[in-house]
Design a protein around this ligand. Sequence first.
Ligand SMILES: [Zn+2]
Length: 280
Amino acid sequence: MPELPEVETVRRALAPVLEQRYIAAAFVGRDDLRWPLPPNLAARLQGRRFTHVARRGKYVLMTLDDQNVLLLHLGMSGSVRIHDRAPTLGRHDHIMLTMADGEQATSPTHYVVLNDPRRFGWVDLFALSTQASYKLLQHMGPEPLGNAFSAEYLQTAFKGRQGPVKNALLNQQLIAGIGNIYASEALFHAGISPRRKAATIAGGRAVRLAAAIVKTLRAAIEDGGTSLRDHVQPGGEIGYFVQRLAVYGRAGEACQICTTPIKMLVQSGRSSFYCPRCQR
Ligand SMILES: [Zn+2]
């Protein structure tokens, strides 16, 4: 599932294509993805202009000139493709926006397609004035790359939590945007066991973990930028290939620090990967 760095990569690819451009035509091929799509979505998008493309946690938030926000979550298998010529849509291409510099579709600049074979993704449309109280965003914790995030914040947020630190990192109400992959990676770089009780993340450990989270996410966003340049050919899928992972998906391989084989452990039904020697 795309996590903060992959969603940020999508946002960066979409921003120059959408911002200040008009939706000359909107195609919506279904009534639902994971959940029902907003009623009359195509008609409500048609003729609108995007003013700003932002990200919060794992959501892309695209503000329109009518003060509505188009929200996108890629779910498990969603992807966005940007074409400069009208593509032939396949059966998993559920939404297409034809972008133009004016309200008329006479000379489209781009075609933005949402593809989602498993349909675990979702799209919503709501008033910008309700964004702060919007159900999926209302209780979301701070952005780990934002000013509100720090070792002190982490220590306070994890205080009294008896569950494992790995699960606390996945809790979107504590920190936004981290999923299974970057939780394992950040814990490895901080030298902290995924099994350690969250409440014990304090002092030097909190400093190490906060720094590892920021460093891991920033490196992945940089890789995303690289994959964008390499893989978004006109008409290509936005590349959010996960790269340079130290432990995730590497059970049995040698730890890059001490060569001990990486182990896998299932916590709350989700895999964690760690070095049993380097992480305590
Ligand atoms: Zn190791």
